[in-house]
Ligand binder design. Structure first.
Ligand code: NI
Length: 138
């Protein structure tokens, strides 16, 4: 019996999408308003899903509060109220702060912190009501 357990957390952050080696026209053509020079903010929401077998005694695959704490310490506290382009965080310096990149680096932060009782299954990051990215470790 394999069960999937999900915890949701969030953070607010600013970013700008910009390829340095491109012209202004090329950047605005691809990124639109996300290339605005003075940055803009998003209320990011993300979900982390772990999978495992419930312990016969406790019925848990892991304590969901502990999962929330890992997410808060490793991700939300690092990114909340920051500028994803300028402030230090776990993104490599040249990585664009897109949801596609962020979701991968959030996985890298969470995965080593999980107990042996479960495995990371998915990280899902929502930037707007219409857009989100998911990563399954592939
Ligand atoms: Ni944006």
């Amino acid at each position: 019996m394999l069960v999937y357990l999900t915890r949701k957390e969030g953070f607010n952050a600013a970013h700008k999408l910009w390829v340095k080696s491109w012209t202004e026209e090329q950047n605005f053509e691809l990124f639109g308003k996300c290339a605005n020079k003075n940055f803009h903010g998003h209320n990011y929401e993300y979900e982390v899903t772990v999978k495992g077998k419930p312990d016969p005694l406790t019925g848990l695959i892991m304590n969901v509060k502990d999962l929330g704490k890992i997410m808060k310490v490793k991700v939300s506290d690092v990114l909340d109220h920051t500028n994803l382009n300028l402030d230090p965080n776990f993104l490599p310096e040249d990585a664009q702060p897109t949801i596609e990149n962020l979701v991968y680096y959030i996985w890298k932060e969470i995965e080593p912190e999980l107990p042996e009782s479960c495995e990371l299954h998915c990280v899902k990051l929502r930037e707007t009501a219409k857009s989100y990215a998911e990563y399954y470790g592939e």
